[in-house]
Design a protein around this ligand. Sequence first.
Ligand code: CP
Ligand code: NVA
Length: 308
Amino acid sequence: MNSFLDIHTTPKNDLRAIIDSARAMKDARDGQPKGAPDPRQPLADRMVALIFEKPSTRTRVSFDLGVRQMGGQTLVLSGQEMQLGHGETIADTARVLSRYVDLIMIRTFEEATLLEMAEYATVPVINGLTNRTHPCQIMADVMTFEEHRGPIAGRKVVWVGDGNNVCASVMHAAGQFGFDFTFTGPQPLDPEFEWFEFARAQGVRAEIERDPVKAVQGADLVFADTWVSMHDPQSAKERRHNMLRGYQVNEELMSHAKPDALFMHCLPAHREDEVTSAVMDGPNSVVWDEAENRLHAQKAIMRWCLGV
Ligand code: CP
Ligand code: NVA
């Protein structure tokens, strides 16, 4: 039994096998209606709980659809409507859910909640985003890059803006998949030092360049994300926007990256804040492919968790 908690804590070979499996499942579905069952039904008779303590469009729909395509069933649960939101401990919730379901995906606030769920559950647990990381997203993004441009190993990937949860998972992927990483953003929003150390320990470059124009030079891939994440207080919005205004991904900034540099954003995007519509709807943007690949990558992650 494997839990999928983070990219840096999952063995490299398993991460590569998950991407390969996602690719094969996507190819096999080519031209099929969205609801058509996969020829193999690896999740037949399996029940999957999808717990959301924060809003979601992509994670919710792609996990639910993925389970159904593989022959399983889902229970979509909102944290607030569960006893979890009313004082029952995470550990007790994990023990109880493990008697009902075969797999648990949770989107939550504190990383400690995810880790406690995984510690006390007797079924695998998947991280569907915490304040600290978003590994399913970046598995889909690695798959997306490689679909368009071939192996990501040795490429230059630049994160522009807030060194947030999605950025952390990109840095984990840098170490595990072997690509160079540059962060550009204001110093108060730097990613955790620990993630730079992790990436460097795997032998890749991981650096900070405050000047966004210099940062994107030679980039094969440029990432943006919202300037105010779901866990950030709304009261911080104005201050964060003021700090980040100089880090908008627009056509001018992209003109300093490689001509064929891809643009990615996990979505939801705030058009004309962190990215302009010209970039998001432009020829180098692969944001819709990223969203689609959440489905395929997570199907592969669920199969890896269950060993099916
Ligand atoms: N990218 C992503 O996780 O989107 P949702 O918040 O809509 O799930
Ligand atoms: N950084 C964003 C990602 C949303 C998918 C957030 O945590 O709100």
